[in-house]
Design a protein around this ligand. Structure first.
Ligand code: GCU
Length: 681
């Protein structure tokens, strides 16, 4: 297959157009790094790699005529005559922001890439290289940009034995066995890829954590990774197992109010920071799905989170405390539990704690209404948790462009401070003036040559990073950027493939869970349909708990006549969801139990409409495959064939989903399939 896939969106393809290449070369006769930090060194290396690739191998060794230089370095290293010209721009960027500007120095035109810090400069350098790869003009540059969120992390659900929980792209890229002495080139390329889109942190290990990661034997390895990532502006974080003081500390308890436990965490923090002075902090999954936590000792989330936050506070570390909790003791509606457990504690968490909330209240479904916690905790920094890996979305076999899903969530209006109180504004801090802000993406990266198991899904890593930088970007812009950087600038390729990507999300919703259906995947692995599963020990693990299909209809009543989960939303939102006439049809069965002959807005009965949605999903995937088949001429055969084969599987499996779900639900509806829906074979 070749290894074009390995290079992700950092292809640095040769610019074939001679005039354009000549134009670019005329602006960059020399590289002028300012300062000697490791970050500036990697920025220079990246420029050399990119410019040689795009402008020709002889580039830089054979400078053209003139003295135009590309100057790059942080503010404090700029000469006076440059910094004076950029004063107002510096007022518009934060610590990680950058400025790329064409300026005139002593009558000569130069391009300057700068920022308040060297990491800002590095982000600017990547942006500059992306301009060239996208064939954009560089005559009159004035680009000023900063990230809108502070903590922009990937969460690796990677185990120490290199298996990856819910990972579908091979094994973990962390080769614990051969660390700390063997440095895999992947670590560097991983850091480059992340820095190029502004990701500034990585949590190395699974949320279902093994305490061993906190022993000196592993910390020695973690330290090496931190050293590799540091020049790229990437901090290392670890998931801390709450019971670690017992398991590796020899204490009889992990009670967060026990003095020995408190001391143990303080010393552990000191030990980690001695090795890794810029260690980011801890991620914690506590009292969730069997993980230990403060509730084991009659304490609460605040007790647990604040105790750990105190331990890392002297070193400026943070704690990301997950809100993904639900218990077998409350069987009425799993969707309500996180809100009930966390919202009462608003204002009680220490200021270096972020509460990490999944985008929806159940679990990374193809479509979920937004999580009611967003907007509802004005005094607590909430960070978004998106899942980039496709646990419920066809693993890495199905091509789906997730920025569409992310965009929908970020734009959702919580109405907590009136109209326009979007989730993007809650997580970027502007809605409630929050100082600490962040976002996490559960990684889809593994040891496969192409990193994500399917080249098309590299777009989800890329898109997540771009939205972490700026949660107001559109999926449309992101698709454009990614396609150009990854494949080609040819519009005859970009346009159809972009449409295919933008439609892919709704296609998956349609053939898996249309009209608000959810969690009907087969059990455990969550691949393929399983709406009939009803025999699992915990009721809320069974698909039948979620669709509640019977002779009268289908759907989960979450209005006041049912679980009343809608009361957790702002009044305007609750009113909209409660009324079957104003509830968006895409969420209908999430909030209502609806009779089979209920009339949808298009005049069809619910049964007919649902069947037609399943068919629509199948048709959309068929169309995606046909579109891709006409793209062979534009890209390398390795990536072309790989995506083609996967789209064929997706088409087969979309039909599997349609047939399985319709045959199963038909026993309740008792109605024939409407015209236009293919009969199962
Ligand atoms: C899902 C997933 C688990 C994961 C959990 C979590 O339930 O299936 O594998 O551990 O989410 O986010 O903690």
């Amino acid at each position: 297959f070749g290894n074009d896939g390995y290079k992700l969106w950092l292809q640095y393809r040769f610019v074939e157009n001679e005039a354009l290449r000549g134009n670019y070369r005329s602006y960059i006769n020399k590289l002028m790094p300012l300062g000697d930090s490791k970050t500036i060194e990697v920025a220079e290396k990246e420029l050399e790699l990119g410019l040689k690739g795009m402008l020709g191998l002889d580039f830089l060794s054979k400078p053209g005529v003139g003295e135009k230089s590309l100057i790059f370095g942080e503010k404090s290293n700029l000469s006076k005559d440059i910094s004076i010209q950029l004063e107002s721009d510096f007022n518009n960027i934060n610590d990680e922001g950058f400025i790329i500007k064409s300026i005139s120095i002593k009558g000569k035109n130069q391009i300057v890439i700068t920022g308040n810090t060297d990491v800002g400069v590095l982000y600017g350098v990547y942006h500059f290289l992306q301009l060239l790869q996208s064939h954009k003009p560089i005559e009159q540059l004035k680009i000023v940009d900063s990230p809108k969120l502070k903590v922009r992390v990937l969460n690796h659900w990677d185990n120490l034995d290199r298996t990856v929980e819910r990972g579908y792209a091979g094994f973990s890229i962390w080769d614990w066995h051969r660390l700390p002495d063997y440095i895999d080139q992947r670590y560097v390329d991983y850091a480059r890829a992340n820095a190029s889109i502004g990701i500034n942190g990585t949590v190395l290990n699974n949320v279902n954590a093994n305490a061993l990661i906190l022993t000196p034997q592993y910390l020695e390895k973690v330290e090496v990774l931190a050293n590799i990532f540091r020049p790229y502006g990437i901090k290392v974080y670890l998931t801390a197992r709450f019971s670690a003081p017992i398991e590796i500390g020899g204490l009889p308890t992990a009670d967060p109010l026990d003095l020995d436990v408190i001391k143990w965490w303080q010393e552990k923090a000191k030990e980690i920071y001695t090795r890794i002075p810029d260690f980011g902090g801890f991620l914690v999954k506590a009292n969730s799905e069997g993980q230990p936590g403060p509730q084991n000792y009659g304490r609460n989330h605040v007790d647990g989170a604040n105790m750990m936050a105190n331990a890392v506070a002297p070193f400026k570390g943070i704690v990301m405390w997950r809100a993904f909790v639900y218990s077998e003791h409350d069987t009425t509606d799993r969707a309500k539990q996180a809100y009930s457990e966390f919202v009462p504690y608003d204002g009680q968490f220490k200021d270096n704690v972020l509460v990490q909330v999944k985008n929806g209240a159940i679990d990374f479904q193809p479509r979920e209404p937004f999580h009611p916690m967003f907007g509802a905790m004005p005094k607590t920094p909430l960070m978004m948790e998106f899942q980039i890996t496709q646990e419920y979305l066809g693993f890495s076999t199905h091509s789906i462009f997730l920025p569409k899903l992310f965009e929908e969530v970020l734009k959702a209006d919580t109405y907590r401070k009136g109209k326009g109180s979007t989730i993007a504004k809650d997580i970027d801090g502007s809605l409630h003036n929050k100082r600490l802000t962040g976002i996490a993406g559960v990684s889809n990266i593994g040891s496969d040559i192409n990193w994500t198991g399917n080249t098309m899904l590299q777009a989800n890593w890329y898109g997540y990073g771009r939205l972490a930088w700026n949660p107001y970007l559109s999926a449309n812009e992101i698709a454009d950027e990614w396609l150009v950087l990854t494949f080609s600038t040819n519009e005859s390729f970009i346009k159809p493939v972009k449409n295919m990507m933008l439609d892919s999300k709704e296609a998956v919703v349609n053939y898996m869970t249309p009209l608000g259906l959810h969690h009907i995947m087969d059990t455990g692995h969550h691949y393929g349909p399983g709406p009939w599963v009803s025999n699992l020990s915990r009721p809320e693990w069974n698909p039948v708990y979620y669709h509640k299909a019977d002779k009268n209809g289908i759907g989960f009543d979450r209005t006041p006549t049912g679980s009343n989960a809608t009361e957790q939303y702002a009044d305007e939102v609750a009113a909209k969801f409660n009324n079957i006439n104003t509830c968006p049809e895409e969420d209908l069965l999430w909030f209502h139990h609806v009779p089979w002959d209920y009339r949808l807005k298009n005049g069809k009965t619910l049964w007919d409409g649902m069947a037609l949605k399943y068919q629509e999903g199948v048709n959309q995937v068929e169309h995606m495959g046909k579109t891709w088949d006409t793209m062979e001429a534009y890209i390398d055969s390795g990536r072309f064939n790989e995506v083609k084969m996967l789209l064929n599987i997706q088409f087969k499996e979309a039909k599997w989903w349609r047939d399985a779900c319709l045959l199963y639900f038909q026993q309740f509806s008792g109605k024939p399939l409407p015209d236009g829906v293919e009969k199962p074979t």
